[in-house]
Ligand binder design. Structure first.
Ligand code: UD1
Length: 339
């Protein structure tokens, strides 16, 4: 079976994708620098799949290290590239760190892929490239808006780098997957999200509040033009998201792609407000969540949810799990990690 490199394969989405790849029989080699992940995640992957992926601790900013890796693993048929920094607020304060971590590393990997006879590349992009879209649901044709943060900009620039590289590389095919809001954990609770420090994202903040690690959830604004005044997002279960990566990769491996660079939205197509997420949590956990409404958070868009038709028609993929499924798995994971 084909050997697939997963960069950032011990991270949240990466680890769930490694599980799905191994379930489909692929041989996986992970590169991770452990900067925002734990080596223990390998045990979680092994517990679920019965197989331990190959693992190389490597910081992709180490250009020589990347070259050595590809010289050793010259039989890699596909790369799923997750490795990147992802904290929006931190990126505002440390823009160069983000450009170096997210852009240099991408360039080094693509340079190596150009040398291979055939390379298939999946890029971890984000719905953040759309900003506040003028029309909802958001299709892949919605214009890319000026990024709100250096983090968002690295996703936009990353996509452009891949487009430009594909134009001049006959051997390279690529798909950028634009995620909406990934949440949840594997149902076995062997792997899940492991935020370091105070979580910036809604769902880990909810579960950490419920377990007693945080005092109260601040709901950022209830005066938005939405049904209950809180922001609307498209929350997608990480296991559904992981499966989409395997399907996208297969599309490339089997030459079913329609162009050598394609983009797909990965979302459920359903928008949920912050309060609906809180209600879902309370419903599945039986816990009452301590929260209060505070002012808006700078940079938040009002509403974003995916038009899922392209993914459905072209990839034959759609989500199977619900918001409640995701919230229950996130809660079980939190209880396991902190319990
Ligand atoms: C955020 C990033 C986005 C990035 C994504 C990655 C910002 C502005 N956007 O998306 O660029 O791609 O994470 O996961 O940071 N909320 C609260 N209280 C909280 C936390 C969040 O009310 O303590 C609300 C937010 O206002 C938002 C929703 O929950 O309406 C989701 O927030 P979050 O999980 O941070 O995701 P995004 O902002 O959509």
């Amino acid at each position: 079976m084909d050997k697939i490199l997963v960069t950032g394969g011990l991270g949240f989405i990466g680890s769930h994708t490694v599980v799905e790849l191994q379930n489909e029989g692929y041989e996986v080699v992970i590169i991770d620098d452990l900067s925002n992940s734990s080596i223990k995640v390998l045990d979680g992957i092994t517990a679920i799949t019965g197989k331990t992926p190959l693992f190389e601790k490597l910081d992709l900013k180490d250009k020589a290290g990347v070259e050595t890796f590809f010289a050793k693993h010259n039989d890699v048929k596909g790369v799923i590239h997750f490795a990147a920094s992802k904290a929006v607020g931190e990126s505002v304060n440390e823009p160069l760190l983000y450009y170096e971590n997210n852009i240099n590393t991408l360039v080094y990997v693509l340079k190596e892929l150009k040398k291979l006879p055939e390379a298939n590349f999946i890029f971890s992009s984000s719905c953040t490239v759309y900003g506040q879209a003028d029309e909802l649901p958001i299709t892949e044709n919605a214009p890319v808006k000026k990024a709100e943060s250096p983090y968002g900009n690295t996703k936009q620039i990353g996509e452009e780098i891949i487009v430009d590289t594909c134009k001049v590389s006959e051997n390279l095919k690529a798909i950028a997957l634009r995620y909406f809001n990934p949440i949840g954990a594997h149902e076995s609770v062997n792997i899940g999200e492991l935020p370091i420090g105070v979580p910036q994202n809604l769902v880990p903040f909810i579960t950490q509040t419920a377990i007693g690690l945080r005092e109260q959830l601040s709901v950022f604004g209830d005066d938005y033009p939405t049904s209950d005044g809180t922001c609307v997002r498209d929350y997608i279960h990480v296991v559904d998201l992981a499966k989409a990566h395997v399907i996208a990769l297969k599309r490339l491996l089997e030459n079913k792609n329609k162009a050598n660079y394609e983009t797909f939205n990965l979302g459920t197509g359903k928008g949920s407000s912050v309060l609906e997420v809180v209600q879902s949590f309370e419903r599945v956990s039986g816990e009452k969540l301590n929260y209060k409404i505070v002012g808006r958070r700078e940079g938040d868009v009002v509403s974003a949810y995916a038009d899922t038709n392209k993914a459905k028609d072209e990839l034959g993929w759609k989500t199977e799990l619900t918001l409640d499924d995701a919230m229950l798995s996130a809660w079980k994971w939190e209880q396991k990690v902190r319990g």
